[in-house]
Design a protein around this ligand. Structure first.
Ligand SMILES: *[C@@H]1O[C@H](CO)[C@@H](O)[C@H](O)[C@H]1NC(C)=O
Ligand SMILES: *[C@@H]1O[C@H](CO)[C@@H](O)[C@H](O)[C@H]1NC(C)=O
Ligand SMILES: *[C@@H]1O[C@H](CO)[C@@H](O)[C@H](O)[C@H]1NC(C)=O
Ligand SMILES: *[C@@H]1O[C@H](CO)[C@@H](O)[C@H](O)[C@H]1NC(C)=O
Ligand SMILES: *[C@@H]1O[C@H](CO)[C@@H](O)[C@H](O)[C@H]1NC(C)=O
Ligand SMILES: [Zn+2]
Length: 508
């Protein structure tokens, strides 16, 4: 805390002499203290999220006003942290603040030099990229129409043993993933503070947790649900769809990186496929130039305003310097699983009592950008969400391991994970239920806005896929297991049926 106060003193004197200009002085606060009712109101209302998949190294980020920081007891209740002054243009037009941290790959499987200075890799790579794509050069790594790279640098704001905080100029935002070693992932901070909830501070309002806990408590095997998931989810169809998305089947797709024509092609194809099952899909552009989210909606048969959301991200990330990004596991498997769920809804004649959304996000690999925009939109519309589940990487398990389903160790609503774990034991008893530190997928955006959310993952423990964030991430390879994708799809579909309620239409 001593350094915190020393910095405060510096800030205080700087602000006394500085005349506020267009480049206002902002200060980031990175702390190990989570928001709670104990914190000063002005800190709680400047909360920008919690980052990191391992509970022990999580970071909580605040962007308090100068006035807040200079107040009497602004920092009471914090057990420690760092203050980072930002005396440059931090507006949305200029760029975004991006947290970069561990994806959850087994540290022992990383080459020994990978703990080297990641910042020096990023800064030198981004300079090199700026050179490559300077005007007159036709050597562009990505096929973006407008990838003029500004002279603004990527800035390092803060570094901890497990993470970096960067300011990424807008022109670099579409390609920030391409600068990172495969075991690191970005999460963009929101451009506005996250909502401070009533009753002190609770990440997810308790009535949603209570509802899910009660559903879990009374959960019983339903022969009808078992029939719908067993007959509805089809391995061959999921395999065909995944291979179309990866380009292993002749689709012409080379990459689904958010700035490629392949991603746009995939978005339109997904829309058509899901609409054929009775949904309405919209292409939702969240940032100019990124391929859109595909948001597919099944209406409520009872005019309910409550929603249940299942999601995956269809964008992908390849190896450094390669234009190929098939994303067969990450997240072709989650996307294929979602198409399998849609197919089952269609063939089994499912009519949901509540509103159901199947969401296919883009911009995940650049920092959960698509899902964040969608969750923010749902928050602004006061949407009631009973459960949100993200499926990201479902197919790979290490040689000799059983079929499994991994639930998040942190950044989830525990009651949502308990429900999924119990549904798994009932409808896919072949899966071993466990926990994973795999970090930073789209359900995090929903947790940020106080929605009851969790994730399903392919493995208990670390990420083990050797082709993670690699251009070799195809479905035709050892230990890519469509049986596991099918088993997990049965669980998530059982979750939709259980929470949304349903009728089955005859004669389909
Ligand atoms: C809990 O679930 C049971 C069974 O669905 C239901 O009868 C009961 O009303 C629920 N209780 C609460 C408090 O929601
Ligand atoms: C889809 O939206 C159109 C136009 O709003 C509407 O006419 C149609 O009924 C909707 N279909 C479904 C399945 O919700
Ligand atoms: C749903 O709303 C429509 C239009 O407001 C109405 O015609 C219909 O009867 C309602 N259905 C139910 C089940 O309440
Ligand atoms: C959402 O709820 C808040 C607080 O209850 C209210 O002030 C706001 O007007 C609502 N917004 C919409 C779009 O209904
Ligand atoms: C089932 O739910 C209970 C809470 O009701 C939880 O303690 C348990 O861990 C869950 N089981 C699994 C396999 O997730
Ligand atoms: Zn992913």
């Amino acid at each position: 805390m001593a350094s915190l106060f020393a910095l405060l003193a510096v800030l205080g004197s700087a602000s006394a002499s500085a005349v506020p200009s267009s480049s206002t002085l902002n200060t980031l606060l990175v702390s190990s203290t989570a928001p709670s009712s104990q914190l000063a109101q002005c800190l709680k209302s400047s909360y920008y999220g919690t980052y990191g998949g391992q509970a022990s190294t999580q970071e909580h980020i605040y962007l308090p006003s100068e006035r807040c920081l200079l107040g009497e007891s602004a920092l009471d209740g914090l057990s420690g942290g760092s203050l980072i002054p930002m005396n440059f243009d931090t507006s949305d037009e200029a760029g975004r603040i991006v947290w970069v941290g561990q994806a959850g790959v087994d540290p022992e499987s990383l080459p020994s030099d990978s703990s080297g200075d990641v910042w020096s890799i990023i800064s030198s790579t981004s300079r090199e990229f700026a050179l490559l794509s300077s005007p007159g050069s036709n050597q562009q790594v990505l096929s973006s129409k407008k990838s003029q790279v500004s002279s603004e640098p990527i800035r390092l704001l803060h570094q901890s043993p497990t993470s970096l905080l960067l300011h990424v100029p807008r022109s670099y935002l579409p390609m920030i993933d391409t600068f990172l070693p495969s075991h690191l992932v970005p999460v963009a901070l929101p451009s506005k503070p996250l909502p401070a909830l009533a009753n002190g501070w609770e990440p997810v309002p308790s009535q949603f947790a209570r509802h899910l806990a009660n559903v879990t408590k009374y959960l019983r095997f339903s022969p009808e649900i078992d029939k719908v998931v067993s007959e509805g989810i089809e391995l061959n169809q999921i395999r065909r769809d995944v291979r179309w998305l990866t380009g292993e089947a002749p689709s012409g797709i080379v990459s689904r990186h958010s700035f490629t024509p392949g991603a746009v092609k995939a978005a339109h194809w997904i829309k058509d496929k899901v609409e054929a099952t009775g949904a309405n899909c919209t292409l939702h552009t969240f940032i100019e130039g990124f391929s859109p989210n595909v948001i597919c909606h099944y209406p409520s048969s009872l005019n309910s305003t409550e929603h249940v959301i299942l999601s995956a991200h269809y964008d992908s990330r390849g190896s450094f310097g390669s234009t190929r990004a098939p994303g067969g596991d990450d997240d072709g498997s989650g996307t294929g699983h979602l198409l399998g769920v849609a197919h089952a809804i269609g063939t089994q004649g499912v009519k949901f009592k509540k509103q159901v959304v199947l969401a296919f996000f883009a911009g995940e690999e650049q920092g959960l950008l698509g899902s964040h925009a969608y969750a923010e939109h749902l928050h602004e519309k006061n949407t009631t969400i009973l459960l949100q589940v993200q499926a990201d990487m479902l197919a790979y398990h290490a040689p000799g391991e059983p079929l499994q389903i991994g639930l998040p160790e942190s950044i989830h609503l525990p009651e949502a994970s308990h429900l999924i774990g119990n549904l798994s034991q009932i409808y896919s008893p072949e899966l071993v239920v466990g926990k994973t530190a795999a970090c930073c997928s789209d359900h995090q955006s929903f947790i940020s806005y106080g929605f009851p959310a969790t994730q399903v993952f392919e493995r208990n423990g670390w990420i083990a896929d050797p082709y993670y964030h690699n251009s070799g991430d195809l479905s035709q390879r050892d230990n890519y297991d469509f049986e596991q994708v099918v088993s997990i799809a049965k669980v998530t579909l059982a979750g939709l049926l259980t929470i949304a309620g349903y009728d089955l239409e005859e004669g389909v």
